[in-house]
Design a protein around this ligand. Structure first.
Ligand SMILES: *Cc1c(COP(=O)(O)O)cnc(C)c1O
Length: 227
């Protein structure tokens, strides 16, 4: 299924009015679909797989901002470090250190979001409140030493649930953590992005303060993993 141009334009308009950034989640989508959205003005695209991101980046216009939204393994950071715009879903200090190292090799500062586990499902990745705290509370090998990464926000995925109050509560919780960590006197932690909300729950997420939504299936129709 190709790009749903009408859906894109109406979502884009809705989000622009609220100053929320839309990025298109393109996992498993062919290059032609990305170009179709690019031609409508879309510049932020997100992928879950390192190899897909690398291949697509090589083929597509250089003014695209590439987001990595999957679960990133430390040994793969090097492949995306030269060009990635924002790494969502960082969930350990070890990974932050690795990103810092690869960013330094490329003479860049890489922006990241810390992923917080807000859903009830055990399978979703992310830091719990204590782990988040421990990233900020390190002394000797602390966050401030990582000069080539900048934490610019938090990211979370709510439960897959019809219970809207529950989903809303999870977004509220993430927003409260976001506020808590926003004004810390740490040079490389400047929180301005709260990435929450996908095709099924983006309106709820925006209602709770999301500044960036990650939309896939609404723009493309259902994903085809069998391909
Ligand atoms: C796939 C994915 C999305 C988009 O999901 P849709 O429901 O298709 O909009 C958003 N965020 C992450 C982390 C994803 O893996």
């Amino acid at each position: 299924m190709a790009v749903n141009t009408e859906a894109y334009q109406s979502i884009k308009k809705e989000l622009d009015a609220k100053q929320v950034t839309l990025f298109a989640v393109i996992k498993t989508k062919p290059v032609e679909d990305i170009i179709a959205l690019y031609e409508l003005g879309q510049r932020d695209f997100g992928e879950n797989y390192v190899q897909e991101l690398v291949d697509k980046q090589a083929q597509l216009p250089k003014d695209i901002r590439w987001h990595f939204i999957g679960h990133l393994q430390s040994n793969k950071v090097k492949y995306i470090a030269p060009f990635v715009h924002l790494i969502h879903g960082v969930d350990s200090f070890k990974l932050l250190k690795e990103i810092n190292k690869e960013a330094a090799k490329n003479n860049r500062v890489i922006d990241v979001l810390l992923q917080v586990h807000i859903a009830q499902e055990e399978t979703k990745f992310g830091l719990d409140e204590e782990e988040l705290k421990s990233i900020y509370n390190r002394n000797s090998d602390g966050l401030q030493e990582l000069k080539n990464v900048r934490i610019c926000g938090l990211m979370g995925m709510a439960s897959f649930s019809d219970d809207l109050e529950k989903v809303k509560g999870e977004f509220k919780y993430l927003k409260s953590l976001f506020e808590w960590y926003t004004d810390l006197p740490i040079a490389n932690s400047q929180l301005n992005t709260l990435s929450m909300g996908m095709s099924g729950d983006y309106r709820l997420a925006i209602g709770e303060g999301s500044t960036m939504v990650r939309i896939g299936s609404l723009l493309f129709g259902a994903r085809n993993y069998a391909k």
